[in-house]
Design a protein around this ligand. Sequence first.
Ligand SMILES: Nc1ncnc2c1ncn2[C@@H]1O[C@H](COP(=O)(O)OP(=O)(O)O)[C@@H](O)[C@H]1O
Ligand SMILES: [Mg+2]
Length: 324
Amino acid sequence: MPAIEVSNLQRAFSADFLAVAGIDLQVAEGEIYAFLGPNGAGKTTTVRMLTTLLRPTGGSARVAGFDVVDEPAAVRGAIGVALQEAALDPLMTGRELIRMQATLHGIPRAEGRRRADDLLRRVGLTEAGERRVGTYSGGMKRRLDLASSLVHEPRVLFLDEPTTGLDPVSRKAIWEEVEALNREGTTVFLTTQYLEEADQLADRVGIIAAGRIVAEDTPTALKAQVGKPRMEIVLAEGDAPDCIDVLGRFGDPLPPKDGTLMVEVAEGAAAIAPVVRALDEAGIVVESLDVVEPTLDDVFVAKTGQHLEGAEDEPDTGEAEAAE
Ligand SMILES: Nc1ncnc2c1ncn2[C@@H]1O[C@H](COP(=O)(O)OP(=O)(O)O)[C@@H](O)[C@H]1O
Ligand SMILES: [Mg+2]
């Protein structure tokens, strides 16, 4: 039995708009599956339907063997959920919050206390557990929310953009925790806008755009589909259109991004010398020129004609990580 089984799932928010426009997917027990897609793609709407927080307007879904519409209580008992915008009471301490979750799941007091201790240790918040959540950094809140979603030892864990906006250190801490949980047997469904998160963490990736899954496979297989290395060029002098004309002799030009011109070069680094000579002859001076291997963004471009917006944005590193 798959951990998650989705058939033609749909969610309309108005007569002419489907936020989720008929998706099919299966996640095997023990897998980490990532939904990779830009803002507005339908990731949260899907997670809300799979976690019984929102009713589908079409299709069906089973989680841990239970139907999300007909057996919502059984689904909720089997899953943990950490939402994109976790509503954590700032006046409660981390420990109180986890113990309240334990109570909500009907776990006896002594056992709830034990699990709160274990979970706080797991996510590195033992000391901070005595402090009010309002004093936590973004990374600490995410770790606490993750811990509290685990209090009833769920078989399937849903994480909606677990690391969006976090600094790299906090992000890595979450990744390690997700990997550890998965090694212990938890199935994970996560959503992300970050290429490397999907690439590094997921066994399989579904690329979602405008409510549809446009590609789905292992990260390696997805990148192999688009195949070709590409050359990225930033100009110092000369016109972009002139440069694109020259590049077009060496391969198919790709849509430019943030002033960087791109062209597919099947032969990879071997294309560098002839391209540089040709640009030189055309009076074009480059500031930088690189050959890069395909990424999941290339898969997104191949499927949608657009870049995964914000895909290569650096996460917010300005966040001050409060001392623990
Ligand atoms: N409650 C709602 N009412 C109307 N439109 C919504 C609602 N929730 C989401 N949407 C729309 O559905 C689309 C998908 O949203 P969402 O699932 O939140 O995307 P993502 O999580 O991938 O950013 C967006 O166009 C969003 O504006
Ligand atoms: Mg979302």
